[in-house]
Design a protein around this ligand. Structure first.
Ligand SMILES: [Ca+2]
Ligand SMILES: [Ca+2]
Ligand SMILES: [Ca+2]
Length: 164
């Protein structure tokens, strides 16, 4: 009986480690090549620099949009990504181009979570209407939309593996 129990235990261990491997495999293959998976989204980090509008067009061409930061976890992740690509500033999908002072994400949602850097947004003289993240400031800033810099795209994934 003891050996039968051991055998069952052995089978169960094989099953659960195989299952974990499968989950990890799935998570790493949900996103297209060159994209990173995090919390049911795929992220693309640009190596080029473009204006905010051109950056957004690039994302849309990839079936995505500029990154929308919905939580502290995603903000921290965004900062990690930008320091990973060694960008000092990256465009995010945030703008007040439509109505001055009314900041909106590109999916139309308002800012339930916000992480502006100290003293921002300040709409510096001339008008800053596009949102960016600066890792060294640990927060968001409004900037002139024509400024050329790197960006991060985000697209939602249909699959959300449990436990990853
Ligand atoms: Ca998001
Ligand atoms: Ca503005
Ligand atoms: Ca500013």
């Amino acid at each position: 009986a003891a050996s039968w129990l051991l055998l069952q235990q052995f089978k169960f261990n094989c099953f659960s480690s195989g299952f974990n491997k499968l989950l990890i495999y799935m998570a790493s293959h949900i996103c297209p090549d060159g994209w990173t998976y995090f919390s049911s989204s795929c992220y693309f980090m640009s190596s080029e620099s473009k204006s905010w509008d051109e950056s957004r067009k690039d994302c849309q061409g990839r079936g995505a949009d500029l990154v929308i930061i919905n939580s502290r976890e995603e903000n921290v992740r965004g900062l990690e990504i930008s320091s990973h690509i060694k960008a000092e500033q990256i465009w995010i999908g945030l703008s007040d181009q439509e109505t001055e002072g009314e900041w909106k994400w590109m999916d139309g949602s308002s800012l339930s979570y916000r992480s502006w850097a100290k003293g921002q947004p300040d709409d510096a003289p001339g008008g800053e209407d596009c949102g960016e993240v600066r890792p060294e400031r640990d927060g968001w800033n409004d900037l002139f939309c024509t400024h050329s810099q790197q960006w991060v795209c985000e697209k939602k994934t249909p699959v959300h593996p449990v436990g990853i």
